[in-house]
Design a protein around this ligand. Structure first.
Ligand SMILES: [Fe+2]
Ligand SMILES: [Fe+2]
Length: 285
C-alpha cells in the first residue's frame, strides 16, 4: 500500500469493536483492568467507522447484495467454513489468544450451558461465519461493525454518526427523511441494511434455519435498533415479535468471551451432529 493510500483495514483486531462495547457496559467493574492498547483500539475503531460511514451507500449495498448471492463463491461445509474463518486469527491482542473459532464455540457453549434449544446453539456456532468475506477480499468496513439502514435518515443512535456527512447519500434529500425510500411499517425484510457479515450469512443460511435463528444472524449487529431502540418506524409487528430473539442472543455474543479456550477437537463431534440436523454436507457461499 502506498503511503498516501487510506488503510482499508484499520482494525488490528476486529474484536476491538466488541471490547469497546463491553467496556461501555462494565466500565465501573473494578475487577476489569484495561490495557494501554485500548487507547489505540479507540482510534482504530474511530477510523474504521469513518470508512464504514463514508462508503456504505445505498448503491454500494445493492451492488454487494448481488455480488455475494449464495453460490457465487463456491460450496463448503459449516465446519470447513469455521476452519477457513480461523485464518483470521489475530495476534495483536494482548489480552487473549482466542481465535474466531473459539468465539463461535464459546458463544454456542454458553447457549448450550443455559439449556437453550439446539437450533439456538447452532445459530451461536455459526453467527459470525459471514466474516469469511474478509478472506474473500472485502475490506473490514464492508464486513464488520454495527449495521444501520441505508436509504433513510441516519439515527444518532449509530456510533460515530458524525461521519455520515461524508457519505454521498447524505446529500440526497430523498434518503434523509425518517423513512426515506421505505414505507412506514414496511418491515425490515424490505429495508437495506449496511452491508456486512450479518446479511451475507443470513442469505447463506436462509434455506436451513428456523426464522428466529435467521433473525438473530441477520440483525445481531443492528445495535442502533436492538440496543438503541431506533428505526421503529421501519419495523412491522412481526419484526417486533422476532426481535425478542435478537435481543436474547446478544448477551451470548458479547459476554461469552473468556480466557478459557474451548477444546475444538473434543467439541467437534457434538457440533458436527448438530450441524447435520439442519445443514447438508456442503452449502452454497
Ligand atoms: Fe458478528
Ligand atoms: Fe460474534
Amino acid at each position: 500500500m502506498s503511503e498516501t493510500a487510506v488503510d482499508q483495514n484499520p482494525l488490528k483486531d476486529m474484536d476491538d469493536l466488541d471490547a469497546l462495547r463491553i467496556e461501555a457496559v462494565i466500565a465501573t467493574d473494578e475487577k476489569h483492568v484495561y490495557r494501554d492498547y485500548e487507547a489505540e483500539a479507540r482510534s482504530t475503531v474511530r477510523e474504521f467507522y469513518r470508512l464504514n460511514h463514508t462508503y456504505q451507500t445505498l448503491d454500494f449495498v445493492r451492488a454487494k447484495e448481488q455480488e455475494f448471492k449464495p453460490g457465487a463463491h463456491g460450496e463448503m461445509g459449516i465446519w470447513e467454513a469455521m476452519e477457513f474463518l480461523n485464518n483470521l486469527v489475530d495476534d495483536s491482542d494482548p489480552d487473549t489468544d482466542l481465535s474466531q473459532i473459539d468465539h463461535l464455540l464459546q458463544t454456542s457453549e454458553a447457549i448450550r450451558a443455559n439449556g437453550l434449544p439446539r437450533w439456538f446453539q447452532l445459530t451461536g456456532l455459526i453467527h459470525d461465519l459471514g466474516k469469511i468475506l474478509c478472506l474473500l477480499g472485502e475490506p473490514q468496513w464492508s464486513v464488520v461493525g454495527d449495521t444501520f439502514p441505508v436509504g433513510c435518515a441516519y439515527s444518532d443512535k449509530i456510533v460515530y454518526s458524525e461521519f455520515f456527512t461524508a457519505n454521498p447519500d447524505y446529500q440526497v434529500p430523498e434518503y434523509q427523511t425518517s423513512c426515506g425510500i421505505y414505507e412506514e411499517g414496511c418491515g425490515l425484510d424490505k429495508v437495506h441494511l449496511s452491508w456486512g457479515h450479518d446479511e451475507y450469512m443470513y442469505n447463506v443460511c436462509k434455506p436451513y434455519l428456523p426464522e428466529s435463528g435467521l433473525y438473530m444472524i441477520r440483525f445481531h449487529s443492528f445495535y442502533p435498533a436492538h440496543t438503541g431502540g431506533a428505526y421503529g418506524q421501519l419495523f412491522n409487528d412481526h419484526d417486533r415479535e422476532m426481535f425478542k430473539w435478537v435481543k436474547a442472543f446478544n448477551p451470548f455474543d458479547l459476554y461469552s468471551k473468556t480466557a478459557v479456550k474451548p477444546d475444538a477437537a473434543e467439541l467437534r463431534p457434538y457440533y458436527e451432529d448438530l450441524i447435520s440436523e439442519y445443514f447438508p454436507a456442503k452449502i452454497a457461499w
